[in-house]
Design a protein around this ligand. Structure first.
Ligand code: HEM
Length: 141
């Protein structure tokens, strides 16, 4: 069985990442996570592409630069609850559609990308909950 990297290739994965951040930039439903990102999405699109190229079975470009593929630390400054995770996955699905990914590539990625997103999630509640002072009072774990 081929890896997603073998199916898509580097150029298509880079296209996927550009489409992903384009979706984040334009979909009103993704405004919450768009606001967490820098104005210029070019650099992060390149970083995500390097990450996904390795994750999909290609050369470990991200690992070679950072020495790890753990995503916990880079996401720690951000509040990522179920709502934010849902927005991220919405953009990912929109990007797969935008690059005309085949149904079998979509099926290959569906479960694993949700597992990574669940691992990145670092809050049980989404941002709106923080507006309730009682919730802040019991801590922001
Ligand atoms: C679950 C919802 C997620 C949210 C809200 C989120 C948000 C963010 C934000 C705000 C940044 C920093 C961007 C910047 O520096 O301008 C970031 C970095 C990054 N994210 Fe996510 N992310 C999510 C899930 C994921 C997933 C599932 C992956 C991988 C499949 C991923 C891969 C990355 C990578 C590779 C970086 C760059 C890390 C570095 O600087 O080394 N993220 N993310």
């Amino acid at each position: 069985m081929q890896t997603p990297f073998q199916r898509l290739g580097e150029d298509k994965i880079r296209e996927l990442c550009d489409a992903f951040y384009h979706a984040m930039d334009t979909l009103p439903e993704a405004a919450g996570i768009r606001a967490m990102h820098a104005k210029d999405l070019g650099p992060i699109s390149n970083t995500l592409a390097e990450y996904l190229i390795g994750w999909m079975g290609g050369p470990p470009l991200y690992h070679d630069k950072k020495g790890t593929v753990c995503l916990t630390d880079p996401h720690a400054p951000y509040h990522i609850g179920p709502k934010e995770t849902g927005q991220w996955l919405l953009c990912f699905d929109a990007a797969l559609k935008a690059i005309n990914a085949s149904d079998d590539v979509k099926a290959m990625l569906h479960g694993p990308i949700r597992q990574v997103a669940a691992a990145v999630q670092n809050r049980d509640h989404s941002n709106a909950a923080e507006k309730d002072p009682n919730i802040i009072a019991v801590g922001r774990t």
